[in-house]
Design a protein around this ligand. Structure first.
Ligand code: PAF
Length: 284
């Protein structure tokens, strides 16, 4: 596997493949790779003969009080993991390559509507950073496919909207969340959980399952959301939201919305940790 850090080397590698008419799938990541990322890679390999993984901790999607400087950076380890799985190319650009005009003054893409709820409320500006860096990666790699995890459900909808609105000639592929045996969704930040927090963290998934089951039994969504938040609070979580929404718009569901089009989403703090997870009802 080749690793490139600049655009000239990236373009040279891509040109050779394009000349042979080979399709390309992209797996965008911020590194600190885990089994969830490797599942995305394997899915990308099913889509196209050539797979590019990108590793870039994107400064513009972190708020001023978030963990940009502390975010785990494990490039050598990521490189070894990707090579072992026969990834074709690792694109690991510097901030200067991704933001040649500086990350403060960079062009910024705002996807309206869907970015203004849930995570958008609790992490203002986060999705502008995500949409901007994803659009840059799409422009640089020009993949035929890009693979994203459902763990960041709202991000996935933002990326879909970006692709559709800009008429980008690529297909967005989504992969279900990969979980630990006890239900905890894999995340690069899980390594920050101390033993007591790790023991409590699976309650988020358990609560999502409970919300889905209560909704299936026909209970009122507002009542379910309130009870779910209370259940988390009793266990020491501080929920930012516990909601049932329409999965592709993230708007509140009307009474006659089909069950399979809904999703439950939770974001909750546990000490200094913030965990997010979701459960699309169609997956039941
Ligand atoms: O999901 C992530 O790891 C990041 O938000 C992404 C899509 C790589 C953009 O930086």
């Amino acid at each position: 596997m080749q690793t490139v850090h600049d655009l000239a080397s990236l373009r040279a590698a891509l040109r050779a493949w394009r000349q042979q008419d080979q399709r390309i799938a992209l797996v965008p990541t911020m590194g600190s790779l885990h089994a969830g990322h490797y599942a995305l890679l394997r899915r990308a390999q099913q889509c196209a003969p050539r797979v590019v993984a990108s590793v870039f901790v994107n400064p513009t999607q972190f708020g001023p009080n978030e963990d940009y400087t502390r975010y785990p950076r494990t490039l050598a380890q990521d490189q070894a993991g990707l090579a072992a799985l026969d990834c074709d190319l690792l694109f690991a650009p510097t901030v200067e390559v991704m933001y040649p005009c500086g990350s403060e003054d960079a062009l910024s893409i705002h996807v309206p509507g869907i970015t203004e709820v849930l995570e958008g409320v609790h992490r203002p500006g986060h999705f502008d950073g995500v949409a901007t860096v994803v659009a840059k990666l799409f422009a640089m790699v020009q993949p035929d496919y890009a693979v994203f995890g459902e763990k960041d459900w709202q991000q996935l909808q933002v990326v879909r909207r970006l692709q559709r609105d800009l008429g980008m000639a690529l297909e967005i592929i989504a992969l279900p969340t990969v979980r630990e045996a006890d239900g905890l969704a894999l995340s690069s930040r899980n390594q920050y959980l101390d033993a007591a927090q790790r023991a409590r963290a699976p309650l988020i998934h358990a609560t999502l399952l409970w919300m889905r089951s209560a909704a299936q039994q026909g209970h009122n969504h507002a009542v379910i959301e309130h009870a779910a938040a209370q259940r988390l609070q009793r266990a020491g979580f501080a929920p930012d939201y516990c909601v049932i929404r329409v999965a592709d718009t993230l708007r509140p569901a009307s009474g006659d919305a089909p069950f399979a089009q809904l999703i439950a989403l939770i974001a909750a703090r546990l000490g200094s940790m913030r965990l997010i997870d979701n459960l699309p009802f169609a997956a039941s």
